[in-house]
Design a protein around this ligand. Structure first.
Ligand code: GLA
Length: 413
């Protein structure tokens, strides 16, 4: 009875106080792990606890990963009063105990629901139960909600997500709100006031450049998803990110493909949500996920999504503006052969109208070039950059503005 009254009071409060999203969350792209890509519906509290332990022991927590997110299929039934319960066999200790454990490690717990009648996995959805579900999540100590879009026939996306945003606000616990409607209703146009991130595409698949046909829908390889991000960067920024889906690093692609995938997500200022088994990952996978220099590109406080500067056959060159007039640069080799690349800074002019920044190297501005994977110093932009980029791989560098060289302002480094 008490809980029913609390829910009623929260619903009433929501109609009298102007609801909004929790504003000071996800000021840089969220980082964490999600169960779906590797485990699908096979989730239980043992997996979640062990994954949280592995997030700490592997160095991922230290590298910035924070959220441990349970995707679909954690649900049991609703009780007689309509409150959702976790599956009693898979989560016998309950969600509150799990959240307490995750919090004791200095991590945060995420959960999943759906705006429709049922989730994609056929579990109870939140349609008509939004305030009740949000109150349960807050009571359990949940920190992140991924909200899916299956079984929503007849619903309008913006309104459905607005309802859950308001319900989370009314519940009173700051919860990152992850809009997962696959880009169908262009959430980048309306999502910034509602959620902290929005999926821009259908589901990812662990392949370099394939379409995996499920019959009525497809999931997509890394390059397919990358190409679908065109034209969206102006919508992203601190607190509201484009989400090209959770990562497939460690889920079957080659090491170079995984490295390229991770680097590209960092250039896109994408949420870095690992999707592999953290308990048994290889050292190569661990090294990719915990490369702090690459993570720092993703987490740069300006929160400016990178952009494709140039394409030459299989080679793409990407740039991302960083704080203190620095830049990240990535050379992607999409093709099946190693490619030799020469980039003569003096003849290039990198201009980003969106952020009103430029790196006109010919005007005497000099940058030091740091290779973020080889962890070597590649000299400065006084000499052309010459590199061999292996097939399905990247060269990723950080350009550090040298103080006192050219231009009027000096870099802080
Ligand atoms: C949809 C989402 C996925 C995952 C599944 C769960 O396909 O896009 O990320 O959450 O549902 O059923």
């Amino acid at each position: 009875m008490k809980r029913v009254l609390i829910v009623a009071a929260l619903a009433l409060a929501a109609t009298t106080v102007q609801a909004q999203k929790f504003d000071d969350l996800a000021t840089t792209p969220p980082m964490g792990w999600n169960s779906w890509n590797k485990f699908g519906c096979n989730v239980d509290e043992k997996l979640i606890r062990e994954t949280a332990d592995a997030m700490v022991s592997s160095g991922m927590k230290d590298a910035g990963y924070e959220y441990v997110n349970i995707d679909d299929c954690w649900h049991g039934e609703r009780d007689a009063r309509g409150f959702i319960q976790p599956d009693p066999e898979r989560f016998p200790s309950g969600m509150k105990a799990l959240a307490d454990y995750i919090h004791s490690l200095g991590l945060k717990l995420g959960i999943y629901s759906d705006a429709g009648w049922k989730t994609c996995g056929g579990r109870p959805g939140s349609r008509g139960r939004e305030y009740q579900d949000a109150a349960s999540y807050a009571e359990w100590g949940i920190d992140y909600l991924k909200y899916d879009w299956c079984n929503t026939e007849g619903l309008a996306a913006r309104g459905a997500y607005l309802t859950m945003r308001d319900a989370l606000w009314a519940a009173g616990r700051p919860i990152v709100f992850s809009i997962c409607e696959w880009g169908d209703s262009e959430p980048w146009e309306w999502g910034a006031d509602i959620g902290h991130l929005w999926r821009t595409t259908g589901d990812i698949y662990p392949c370099w450049d394939c379409e995996y046909d499920h019959g009525s829908w497809s999931s997509w390889g890394v390059l397919r998803i990358l190409d679908m991000q065109d034209g969206l960067r102006q919508h992203a920024g601190p607190g509201h990110w484009n989400d090209p889906d959770m990562m497939e690093v460690g889920n079957g692609m080659s090491v170079s493909e995984d490295r390229a995938h991770f680097s590209l997500w960092a250039m896109l200022a994408a949420p870095l949500i690992a999707g592999n088994d953290l308990r048994s990952m290889s050292e190569a996978t661990r090294e990719i996920l915990t490369n702090k220099d690459v993570v720092a590109i993703d987490q740069d406080p300006l929160g400016i999504q990178g952009f494709k500067y140039k394409t030459d056959g299989d080679i793409e060159i990407w740039f991302k503006p960083l704080v203190h007039e620095n830049w990240a640069m990535l050379v992607l080799n999409r093709g099946n052969e190693e490619k030799r690349v020469e980039f003569d800074w003096k003849t290039e002019s990198v201009v980003d109208e969106l952020s009103d920044r430029d790196a006109c190297f010919d005007q005497g501005r000099v940058f030091r070039i740091l290779d973020l994977w080889a962890k070597t110093d590649l000299g400065t932009t006084r000499q052309p950059l010459v590199a061999a980029v292996p097939s399905h791989d990247v060269l990723m560098v950080r350009l550090e503005r040298l103080a006192g060289e050219g231009g009027e302002s000096e870099a802080a480094h």
